[in-house]
Design a protein around this ligand. Structure first.
Ligand SMILES: Nc1nc2c(ncn2[C@@H]2O[C@H](COP(=O)(O)OP(=O)(O)OP(=O)(O)O)[C@@H](O)[C@H]2O)c(=O)[nH]1
Ligand SMILES: [Mg+2]
Length: 353
């Protein structure tokens, strides 16, 4: 329990550097099904546990003796656990639920030793997170089942500057390719030439087409073009990048609303997923931003990134308690494989192992 794995050297980075030199044009898209089979490794539970090490440390420092059975199960122990949970950004609501449930189980003698406490803690934490586990793959399967003519499933990716949008799109493309889906990317961040180049690199790395126009082009027009092109080429999934923005920048928020409106002309259900990418390290501040985005443009899912670089991984519990939104994916590194569909049980087990 609460033990740490010695650092394992992942081989992801080596694979990442194998960027293919030739640019991919959208004319090659018709051959995508056969081309899109990039090599990859699957992250194991141990890899996840290792990625969450900073958050795990926040939980475990000072509690190790207890979990080794050297401490009594008493109020001071629960106080200690409570402060650890708060420090890891689990948030007041979820922390209160956890501590109250533990207390009640201790009084009823359901918890009478460290093992039963550990099991109950895991159970309570999983119950809190469970409602957030609504995999995007299920949504895609439902949306694309028996629809004629076939239309691409469109994912609009939004969020504040630097949250990890473009990187997550690169990882998402890889994720969907592994599920034998064909993918097209849309360079809707037209603010900076570098943003388009960054997405193009991910396109090359995944060997998928990237639709772009010049810097300063209308993002709605770029994304519209991409969806049209994807429709004509029978592509399964379009993932659209957008420039980072704050919810307070009303002109930029209007721009997102416009993108959604324009896409609706091609397919009343598009975008099928409006995915906000949120940096876990921003903690409670990020929650506020997500709420504002949701109020202004309507979100359908979250990708929580940079869980590998923060001690605030408990933010997932705050999300579960305060936002009524599915957590589709978690980002646990910069490599192409470092994005995982969110699984509540796996996440809690990785934190508590
Ligand atoms: N450690 C870690 N780094 C990440 C993760 N996701 C993204 N990053 C890094 O975060 C930085 C910003 O990522 P971008 O994908 O450029 O973020 P963005 O939201 O597209 O940024 P803007 O387009 O400028 O708004 C990059 O250095 C990424 O490699 C993650 O899960 N873990
Ligand atoms: Mg970006």
């Amino acid at each position: 329990m609460f033990g740490f794995f010695s650092r394992k050297q992942k081989n992801n980075e080596k694979k990442q550097s194998a960027i293919q030199p030739e640019a991919q044009s959208d004319t090659a898209a018709t051959q995508l099904k056969s081309q899109q089979q990039p090599d990859s490794t699957t992250l194991t539970p141990a890899d996840l546990s290792h990625s969450l090490e900073k958050t795990k440390r926040t939980f475990s420092d000072g509690l190790a003796d207890f979990f080794l059975g050297k401490k009594a199960i008493d109020a001071s122990l629960l106080d200690e656990l409570e402060s650890r949970l708060l420090r890891a950004d689990v948030g007041i609501d979820a922390t209160t639920t956890i501590i109250e449930e533990l207390q009640s189980n201790i009084s009823r003698k359901v918890i009478n030793d460290t093992e039963s406490l550990h099991l109950k803690l895991a159970e309570i934490m999983k119950t809190i997170l469970q409602p957030c586990e609504q995999p995007l793959s299920n949504v895609i399967a439902n949306a694309t089942e028996n629809t004629e003519p076939k239309k691409p499933f469109v994912i609009l990716v939004v969020g504040i500057n630097g949250a990890g949008k473009t990187t997550s799109i690169g990882k998402l493309a890889h994720h969907f390719l592994q599920q034998n889906k064909s993918v097209m990317l849309a360079a809707g961040d037209t603010f900076r030439a570098a943003a388009v180049e960054q997405l193009q690199q991910w396109g090359q790395r995944n060997n998928v087409p990237v639709i772009s126009q010049g810097t300063g082009a209308d993002p709605a027009s770029v994304i519209f073009d991409a969806v049209q092109s994807a429709s004509s080429k029978n592509i399964d999934i379009v993932i659209a990048d957008t420039a980072g923005r704050l919810h307070t920048q009303s002109n930029l928020m209007d721009e997102l609303a416009k993108i959604k409106r324009v896409l609706g002309k091609l397919d009343a259900n598009a975008p099928h997923e409006t995915l906000i990418v949120m940096d876990a390290g921003f903690g409670q501040n990020a929650l506020h931003q997500v709420k504002q985005f949701h109020d202004k443009i309507g979100l359908t899912g979250l990708a929580v990134t940079k869980l590998d670089g923060t001690a605030k991984g408990g933010i997932l519990f705050s999300i579960a308690k305060t936002l009524n939104l599915p957590v589709r994916f978690i980002g646990v590194g910069e490599g192409i494989n470092d994005l995982r569909p969110f699984n509540a049980a796996e996440f809690v087990d990785a934190l508590l192992e």
